[in-house]
Design a protein around this ligand. Structure first.
Ligand code: UD1
Ligand code: MG
Length: 454
């Protein structure tokens, strides 16, 4: 009988090398905390149980595990001690226990599955995912003798010959659930760091005559994050992966290296993204839409055949329907642009609802904030807002209405009405030249006076 897997995610480390007031596992890459990437990969295994191990008082980390339970590791005595703390929450579990580190965000579900399957097949007490590292120095080394995983030695405890080994420990371990308590209980802390190393479970198992195996994976999935430099490296690797996935799904990225994705960005087939675009969290773009250069886009669903940018900024939570045009230096915040609406140049539309096929002129501002509260602007279908208009919210402009350029609109405009909110123009015939002469004399007089004072 095949028992289901349980997962333990270790996130109670001291994060010393990060030099941060924020726990390491909450530092983001592609918009998500490191640990969330790990949680996404392990939950796709559909584990029977998932337990997080957190440090005392790390409420934000516990919260990030929600709805999964957490146990507290009282002191950061090492990864072995942390895994042992989790066993209390796994009483009665009979299947394999997969231990992953929350600081290894690039691991994929397929690779985790490969390890679990190999452990089942080989009836291993312990299995680890290993990889050939270009620079093995930060990692524990896997000591394999005659095809058998013998033990793992940490960098700090390795002798010169061991340090030369480039087969490294990813940190992912699969333990036979019926042996886990015995193996973890036997780990001691006589090593360079004085910590209980989870990695010693291998030597313990071997010492009891059990089988240990190493399954090799791709280095790209196992970059651990311990410092800011490694955080940046993981970010870069993940961005590369997200760009490739977007292109494989049918999006055109004219200069992929300059497009920045969030973990949840969704681009449909035949979306085109020009250079230097950042997608914040919560963006989906439907097919045929063009995102031009230098846009910053977050929290929006963009429909089909829309045109956004260059130099547009969209903030949460917005909704841009099919065939909408958003041009240069236009900012949207919590705004719905309905089908075919256009705001082509220099506008701020906040807390607004812009009707189908409406035209928002250059320089339009939805004046949504009065220093205390935010107010809504609702514009009906087919309305025309002339350039350089201030729409002082709360405000409703009816269907098909026309707001004259340069207006300050403070009262609702009925459907089909023309609204003018500006001073009436005055014409004074033949007065341009006399005005020039007057200004010229005044300037010359000022110059003379200046000289006298010096
Ligand atoms: C660990 C492995 C090393 C491996 C590397 C891969 C050990 C002893 N070493 O080293 O072989 O190559 O990961 O990235 O396991 N944590 C706790 N409680 C503790 C200590 C750590 O929960 O007392 C958690 C941390 O939050 C982190 C994870 O365990 O998520 C790993 O700890 P870390 O200190 O980063 O171990 P490494 O030195 O990277
Ligand atoms: Mg680490």
């Amino acid at each position: 009988m095949k028992f289901p897997v349980a997962v333990v995610v270790l996130a109670a480390g001291a994060s010393t090398r990060m030099k941060s007031a924020v726990p390491k596992v909450l530092h983001p890459i592609a918009g998500w905390p490191l640990m969330r990437h790990v949680l996404e990969s392990v939950t796709r295994l559909k584990p029977a149980r998932l337990v997080g191990v957190v440090a005392p008082g790390a409420a934000a980390v516990s919260q990030a595990f929600f709805p999964h339970p957490t146990v507290v590791q009282q002191r950061p005595l090492g990864t072995g001690d942390a895994a042992k703390a989790a066993l209390a929450a796994l009483k009665g579990h009979r299947g394999p226990i997969l231990v992953v580190y929350a600081d290894t965000p690039l691991i994929t579900t397929a690779t985790l599955r490969k390890l679990i399957e190999a452990c089942r097949r080989d009836k291993a007490a312990v299995g680890v995912l290993g990889f050939k590292a270009r620079d093995p120095s930060p990692y524990g080394r896997l000591i394999v003798r005659a095809g058998v995983l013998d033990r793992i030695v940490e960098s700090k405890d390795a002798d010169e010959a061991e340090r030369k080994i480039d087969f490294c420990n990813s940190g992912v371990m699969c333990l036979d659930g019926s042996l886990a308590a015995t193996l973890l209980g036997a780990i001691r802390n006589s090593n360079a760091k004085g910590e209980f190393y989870l990695t010693d479970a291998v030597a313990v198992a071997r010492g009891c005559g059990h089988r240990a195996i190493a399954v090799e994976g791709d280095e790209a999935e196992f970059q651990g994050v311990n410092s800011r430099v490694e955080l940046a490296m993981a970010e870069r690797a993940l961005q590369r992966r997200l760009r490739m996935a977007a292109m494989e799904a049918g999006a055109t990225l004219t200069d992929p290296e300059t497009v920045w994705f969030s973990a949840d960005t969704r681009l449909a087939a035949d979306v085109t993204v020009e250079p230097n675009v950042r997608f914040g969290l919560g963006v989906s773009v439907a097919s045929g839409t063009e995102i031009k250069a230098f846009c910053d886009i977050e929290g929006v669903r963009i429909g089909k055949h829309a045109r956004v940018g260059p130099f547009a900024r969209i903030r949460p939570v917005s909704d841009v329907a099919d065939n909408v045009h958003i041009g240069n230096f236009v900012e949207l915040k919590a705004t719905k642009m309905r089908r075919g609406a256009k705001a082509n140049h220099l506008a701020y539309l906040g807390d607004s609802d812009i009707g189908d096929a409406s035209n928002i002129g250059a320089g339009t501002i939805a004046v949504n904030y009065d220093g205390y509260g935010k107010h809504r602007t609702v514009i009906g279908a087919g309305a025309f807002i002339g350039s350089n208009s201030s729409l002082v919210a709360p405000l409703r402009v009816g269907k098909g209405a026309n707001v004259a350029a340069g207006s300050v609109i403070t009262e609702d405009v009925p459907a089909k009405a023309l609204a003018l909110g500006r001073a009436r123009q005055v014409i004074k015939k033949g007065r341009a030249d006399p005005l020039r002469a007057k200004l010229k004399t005044r300037a010359a007089e000022a110059k003379r006076q200046n000289k006298r004072q010096k």
